[in-house]
Every structure is written in structure tokens, then in C-alpha cells.
Design a protein around this ligand. Structure first.
Ligand code: NAP
Length: 281
């Protein structure tokens, strides 16, 4: 059985490949990368795979039985890109596609859900067996800002009192690996999220406890938060996107009470305090 992983050079893809390698022979794995040189250190066979080169994709999927399609990062172009991958998978005779979607995608208030919903529809229409991993927010989306919070003595955001049920990329990678390796887990749609939810005030309190000083959470309006992120050096588009997501979080878009992720991975999801400790070293 050959398992291939798209986006294998990305942060999630790398973790999936590393996790798969601990459970199966590297010869049965294929890392698919738009820049194969970047995947050379993964220790598994690498094939070129650029979503924007549709005519090349089927050949790279030759002999692949199970494909993990990690959603692309080019927001606004992803339906076309994912459609090309699904078409190529069909042409190459791939038996099963596992796709990383978004938590609660069909009912999500986040604008980025639309491309995931469209991709899920393409999968359903493809006739190929498929599993949908509706991944919740990455804890790292918030913990990556903690060094700056320490520097400025405040954690800023626009998520209000919204509860966030995030999990680490490693947690989601473990779930993807479990589904890729166990056919009895396939053919379903999973809503994946962290076991415990928190507010950004809780995150600031966890950070304060570990730093040994008070780092308050400062809630901002969407435009002010976006402006603060731009001022900190983020590109305007990314800043606007993050502020939009935070406002979604304030309305519950990142909250989920389920435990499907910990059930899939056979352990609790990574606690917030551990993720904070990792982030601030
Ligand atoms: P990432 O580190 O940005 O990795 C994205 C991967 O997609 C990279 O390997 C990138 O290749 C690859 N890619 C982008 N465009 C491609 C193309 N045209 N053809 C082939 N490969 C392409 O993102 P991540 O953290 O691993 O997350 C994986 C995905 O989850 C993202 O792409 C996005 O759809 C979604 N996401 C989820 C959350 C969340 O909180 N749940 C947050 C952010 C993103 P290169 O290495 O060559 O750039």
C-alpha cells in the first residue's frame, strides 16, 4: 500500500510524514512537493507535485493507493487547485483521498470555509472513496504571537470572550496518520478539535503564570487589531485575515465540544500550557 502526502514540505505535512515513518516503512510513503528539493530531508521517496501544474499531477500519483490532500495555502485559488488534484487522483486510480477541511465547514461563519465546502462537494462527486478531516484551529496560530506578547507586555486580539478549541499541528498530524493507516477509520467526516477550550484571557493567564509576571489580554476592534498586526510587520492581507478569524472566534467559530480528535489519536490533545511552554521556550 502506498500512501502519498501533498504539501509534505509544509508544517503539517512534515509532521504527518514523520508520524507515518514511525508506523510504516518509508518505501511505502511518498512525499509530494511543489519544490522536491525542500522535501529531500524527509527520508522518503519524493515526487514533484504542484497544484498549479494540473497536467503533471496524475503521473506523480502512479501506484498511490491512499492520498492525503492537505488543503493549499493560496486562499481564493484552492477550489481550482484541489479540483485538479482530485481529477488527477481519479485518472491515476487512487483508491482513497483524505482531505484536510475546516471545523464545522458547512456551517462555519469563517469566509475561508467556502473553499473547503466546495472541495468536500468535489470529493463527494468524484466517486473516489474519501475521508474528511475537518481540522479546527491550530494552537500555534495563537502561540506564535506569544514572544511578541512577552516583549510588549500584552496579548492583543479581537476574539473577545470567544472560546477556542484548538489543537496543535502534531495532534492533527497524528489523526491524519491514524486515518491513512487504518482503513476501518476511513470513509467518514471527522470534526477535529482540542479537548479543552480557552479564551484569549485564559491564554494570557497561562502565559503570565509561565512568565512569572502579568501579561493582560487586550481586546481590540477588528480594524484596530488588523492595524496593530500590520504595524508589527505582517502583510496587510494576512493581518486582515487574522483579524477576521478572531472576530469569527468571538462568535464561536473556533469552538467545538467534541472529542473526536483525542479518540482518533488515542490520547488527550496537547494541553494549552504545554503549547505555551513550547512557544516561549
Ligand atoms: P503551510 O506550512 O503553509 O504549508 C502549506 C503547504 O502547501 C506547503 O507544503 C506548500 O508548499 C504547499 N503548497 C502551497 N501551494 C501549493 C501548490 N500550488 N502546489 C503544491 N503544494 C502547495 O501550512 P500548514 O500549517 O502545513 O497547514 C496546512 C494547510 O492547512 C494550509 O495549507 C491551509 O490550507 C490550512 N491551514 C489551516 C489552519 C488551521 O488553523 N487549521 C491554519 C492555516 C492554514 P511549499 O513548501 O512549497 O510552500
Amino acid at each position: 500500500m502506498t500512501i502519498a502526502v501533498t504539501g509534505a514540505t509544509g508544517q503539517l505535512g512534515r509532521l504527518v510524514v514523520e508520524t507515518l515513518k514511525t508506523k510504516s516503512a518509508p518505501e511505502g510513503l511518498v512525499a509530494l512537493a511543489r519544490n522536491p528539493d525542500k522535501a529531500a530531508d524527509l527520508g522518503v521517496p519524493v515526487r514533484a507535485f504542484d497544484y498549479d501544474a494540473p497536467e503533471t499531477l496524475a503521473a506523480s500519483l502512479e501506484g498511490v493507493e491512499t492520498l492525503l490532500l492537505i488543503s493549499g495555502s493560496d486562499i481564493g485559488r484552492r477550489v481550482t487547485q484541489h479540483a485538479a488534484v482530485i481529477e488527477a487522483a481519479k485518472a491515476a486510480g487512487v483508491k482513497h483521498i483524505v482531505y484536510t477541511s475546516l471545523l464545522n465547514a458547512p456551517n462555519s461563519t469563517l469566509g475561508l470555509a467556502l473553499e473547503h465546502v466546495e472541495t468536500e462537494k468535489l470529493l463527494a462527486a468524484s466517486g473516489i472513496g474519501h475521508t474528511v478531516l475537518r481540522n479546527g484551529w491550530y494552537t500555534e496560530n495563537y502561540t506564535m504571537g506569544l514572544p511578541a506578547a512577552l516583549e510588549h507586555n500584552a496579548l492583543i486580539g479581537a476574539a473577545g470572550d470567544g472560546r477556542i478549541s484548538s489543537a496543535t499541528r502534531q495532534d492533527y498530524a497524528a489523526a491524519a496518520a491514524a486515518v491513512l493507516l487504518d482503513t476501518s477509520l476511513q470513509g467518514k467526516t471527522y470534526e477535529l478539535s482540542g479537548d479543552d477550550s480557552y479564551t484569549l484571557t485564559d491564554l494570557a493567564a497561562t502565559l503570565s503564570a509561565q512568565a512569572g509576571r502579568d501579561i493582560p489580554y487586550v481586546n481590540m476592534t477588528e480594524p484596530n487589531y488588523a492595524a496593530a498586526l500590520t504595524g508589527a510587520g505582517l502583510p496587510a492581507e494576512l493581518a486582515g485575515f487574522l483579524a477576521h478569524c478572531d472576530v469569527g472566534a468571538s462568535k464561536g467559530a473556533l469552538f467545538d465540544e467534541g472529542t473526536q480528535l483525542s479518540t482518533l489519536i488515542g490520547r488527550p490533545t496537547t494541553p494549552l500550557a504545554s503549547a505555551v511552554a513550547t512557544a516561549i521556550g
